[in-house]
Design a binder for this molecule. Structure first.
Ligand code: MN
Length: 449
């Protein structure tokens, strides 16, 4: 399966040329993923196809399943972006006319010969590149003027957290995207007054500061930052010394921050002719998709003012529900032990953000590395469960949840670092007891190793 004698870039060029030739006067159906990487991939592609005067349809999905793939139009050229590498069997069985896949996810099975497949995984040198990065390189082969979409590729890269390992391909994209990079504290948006940014900071979540105006002002005072004309500076306006002081003040509130990355590169891109924090835009895109508004997310990426306003109002609503959820998670009684915490929010946290809350807490500095954080919330007559692991310790939360849920009944999904499940409400106590017991047994094993 490995393509030893070819490179990813050569493959992209070859597939793009074929697509250009075969898609003339044909209708195209695009299917893309609903996260920032997928949304930016779709936006790059649809704008490139518009330039070619191509007819196309677009569907944004959370995941692919067999039924959906079977329902696709068999007469059109099908183009999958930022997904499909895990569904190659189903795609083969659907007998679609001509299929192109531009993706970077894990490949589940053998690649059918008739599929035009772009994925860094099949090359010896497995480059870390986002779906949007690949789509961008592909579209640049269709027409070099598509270079103008480089900033969208950068948004995709940041959405998928690829910005920490930047190799040559990503460098090329960064250079073409005309972005501004600055080293600093990784809270966002870096472009708004610090008091607001800190109040709503969830990645990272800062204990006693996030969602706490009094705590925010205390932290700013400690860092020696004062408002000028009633307004605090934004993060990117700080000088080196101020940045240092603020970073120290944040670290002091995070006793376990040793191994965490709270300092890094801030990426600013130009959108609507204004410098914006790429992480903030990515958060807005994700919020739109989460609330069932992927078209608003695409409109935002296309710099349509109306979409921008709508995306902002969705994002504000989302941020507020997260802050409320974090407050609840902090206040309610928890089942806790050595390296684990179980937060059963019942009806107090919306099931739609149960996973987000678990992610934020696991990324925060409140927990020791290796701590397993499980959140639970009612979802109609069921309970939604999310488990995350703090730091990069090797415990497998999917295995953990599988073991228990397979026993008591329900659904499990996810991977080693982030998993989730659904059980019936009657199993609430049984689940908690079994999980607690399992986590205690595991702890004994960890200590012995
Ligand atoms: Mn992706």
């Amino acid at each position: 399966m490995e393509e030893v004698n070819s490179t990813l870039k050569e493959r992209i060029k070859q597939v793009a040329n074929k697509f250009l030739k075969n898609s003339k006067n044909q209708e195209i159906q695009i299917i893309s993923h609903f996260d920032t990487d997928g949304i930016t991939s779709a936006t790059i592609m649809l704008q490139s196809l518009k330039k070619l005067d191509q007819k196309f349809t677009l569907k944004i999905v959370k995941s692919l399943d067999e039924k959906f793939i079977q329902s696709l139009n068999k007469e059109k050229i099908t183009l999958f972006l930022d997904l499909a590498s895990g569904s190659l069997n189903h795609i083969k069985n659907a007998e679609l006319k001509e299929v192109y896949i531009i993706d970077h996810h894990e490949i589940s099975s053998e690649i059918p010969e008739e599929i035009n497949f772009i994925n860094p995984e099949i090359f010896q040198e497995k480059q870390r590149i986002s779906g949007a990065g690949l789509t961008y390189l592909f579209c640049k082969e269709l027409d070099p003027t598509n270079k103008e979409f480089a900033k969208l590729a950068i948004l995709g890269m940041i959405g998928d957290s690829h910005e920490k390992e930047i190799d040559t391909l990503n460098h090329e994209i960064l250079d073409e995207g005309e972005i501004i990079r600055k080293k600093g504290l990784l809270i966002y948006p870096s472009t708004r007054p610090l008091n607001r940014t800190l109040e709503y900071s969830s990645y990272p979540y800062i204990p006693e500061v996030t969602g706490n105006i009094k705590g925010v002002l205390e932290l700013l005072r400690e860092a020696g930052l004062k408002p000028e004309d009633g307004k605090y500076k934004s993060l990117i306006e700080l000088n080196e010394k101020e940045m240092e002081k603020l970073t120290t003040a944040v670290m002091l509130r995070s006793p376990d921050s040793k191994n965490r990355e709270i300092v890094g590169k801030i990426f600013l891109i130009k959108l609507f002719n204004k410098l914006e924090d790429a992480r903030e835009i990515s958060a807005k895109i994700n919020a739109c998709s989460r609330y069932g508004e992927p078209e608003t997310a695409i409109g935002l990426c296309m710099e349509i003012p109306k979409a921008k306003r709508k995306a902002e109002s969705i994002h504000v609503k989302h941020r507020q529900s997260i802050i409320a959820g974090l407050k609840t998670a902090k206040e309610i009684e928890k089942v806790e032990g050595k390296l684990f915490t179980i937060i059963n929010a019942k009806e107090k946290i919306k099931d739609t953000i149960i996973g987000t809350i678990a992610s934020i807490l696991s990324n925060s500095t409140m927990y020791e590395e290796g701590t397993i954080i499980t959140t639970m919330g009612y979802c109609e007559d069921k309970i939604k469960i999310s488990s995350r692991i703090a730091g990069r310790n090797g415990r497998n939360v999917r295995e953990l949840l599988s073991r228990i849920i397979n026993e008591i009944g329900g659904e499990v999904g996810g991977h080693a670092m982030a998993a989730g499940g659904m059980i019936s409400q009657e199993k609430e106590e049984e689940f908690i007891q079994k999980l607690k017991k399992q986590l205690e047994i595991e702890m004994v094993k960890v200590v012995q190793e």
